[in-house]
Design a protein around this ligand. Sequence first.
Ligand code: GRG
Length: 273
Amino acid sequence: MNSAPLKRRRRVRKRGLKIFSRYAEIEKALKRHLPKGDDALSRAMRYSVFSGGKRIRPILTIESALVCRGSLKDALPAAAAIELVHTYSLIHDDLPAMDNDDLRRGKSTCHKVFGEANAILAGDALLTLAFNIIAKNTKPALGIKIIEELSRAIGVEGMVAGQALDLEFRGKAKKKMIAEKINILKTAELFSAAAKIGALAAGAPTGEIKALGRFGLDLGLSFQVVDDFIDGESADNIEARRLAETANKELAIFGGRARKLKDISDYLLKRKK
Ligand code: GRG
């Protein structure tokens, strides 16, 4: 029996997402694109981007591009942009008007360190910088497609709508359907967009883009169920495993080339933070 996949999975569990190709390149790209200034806004942006995020979404974009035989170079600007969007959402999610959290990733939240106004502006600036990075570093026709996909996933049909729904039902008993809708909008849509955008950057055919979109959506749902499990809001993660299995089935068209994407779902299932 070939024990290589098993060994690889153990290695992924032990070393986390750093094992995935191009982790270091993502860090370099983020550094390159962020402002260097010593003003509060620039410092607040850098503080939140470099405070220990797992980089799941940009890794997903890059591995999706690679599975479609695309290049790192073509996927990297959008991958970095997606991480900036994610960081904006966390900064705003932590604000007093939202979750009012003092800690994020074990460190003081952006508004605790830089004040509420600077934290709001840092989020705004990261969000707008994300679209600027895509516009400046992608061929126009492709850039428009990526911007269309990303903006759909994070706005009134995606993440922000999910946050609004979450706020509406906060403290109230939620029907399973509402809870799932919140997870889809707040979390899974961005995972799905991250995977699809990798495929788009690779110039993949429609069938591959759609398959990766479905993979990302189920992976995002599985990720969120695990997140609730870690936070003690969910009793077990059998549901997360089921969703991860459904996600992995979407990768059948890629055969053995999808190994790294499957490693990502495996890692997300076993993670402790
Ligand atoms: C527009 C005012 C305004 C607020 C928007 C959109 C939004 C606020 C909040 C929703 C975003 C959110 C917090 C979704 C939850 C998803 C989630 C579990 C995020 C944590 O993701 P990880 O574990 O984070 O990938 P790391 O720390 O690894 O980067």
